[in-house]
Design a protein around this ligand. Structure first.
Ligand code: CO
Length: 208
């Protein structure tokens, strides 16, 4: 007997529903994937990438980690980015954070969390740089939520300054990076206006 039978049952039901509505769906997908979008989001179970933007399998290339970070030396994220830009030739890269992010709020706590504190150090760096703006906010919730937004903008810059995107722009390849934030309490996305499709856009965002 298989472990976790409910999940296999769900899977069979899902696969048969998809096949019923489009009998060639899986056969077509098995040949190739051709997504236009790369999604870089948080690992949080409440932010399921495909679902919240109505994308089917094959339409969204996805990388998720704690607090949607794009770190210059993270080979996992960079490999996804390289494959998405150079092979799949996605036109849009969406960095999507979410309000109330556990990673962001843990970064602001003084108690230790073990290994993950090394990862969250990147968020503490942003907090230090933007301390003046964050410290005037009245509540801890507001500070976390603003830091969630600032973190997204910072990661948009990191995507834009990666060698992968820089080289794509130099080749004349069209790649636009978007910074979005998702609200878990109403299911709605918000565009943070950090939209970057060239080196000039990136410079403008750096000076914001
Ligand atoms: Co999160």
């Amino acid at each position: 007997m298989k472990a976790l039978p409910l999940l296999f049952e769900n899977n069979r039901r899902w696969a048969s529903k998809v096949s019923q509505s489009d009998p060639t769906f899986f056969a077509t997908l098995a040949q190739q994937q051709n997504p236009e979008f790369l999604w870089i989001g948080c690992a949080d179970s409440r932010v399921p990438a495909n679902e919240i933007i109505g994308m089917l399998p094959g339409e969204l290339f996805v990388h998720r980690n704690v607090a949607n970070l794009v770190i210059h030396t993270d080979m996992n994220c960079l490999s996804v980015l390289q494959y998405a830009v150079e092979i799949l030739k996605v036109k849009h890269i969406i960095v999507c954070g979410h309000y109330g992010c556990g990673g962001v709020s843990a970064a602001l706590e003084s108690n230790p969390h073990g290994l993950i504190d090394n990862w969250l150090g990147h968020i503490r760096d942003i907090h230090k740089r933007r301390f003046a703006e964050l410290s005037v906010l009245a509540t801890a919730e507001e500070r976390v939520n603003r830091l969630c937004e600032l973190n997204v903008i910072e990661q948009v810059k990191n995507v834009g300054s990666s060698t992968i995107v820089q080289e794509a722009w130099q080749r004349g390849q069209s790649v636009t990076i978007h910074g979005w934030i998702y609200n878990i309490s109403d299911g709605l996305l918000n565009d943070l206006g950090a939209c970057v499709s060239s080196g000039d856009d990136l410079l403008e965002l750096e000076n914001m």
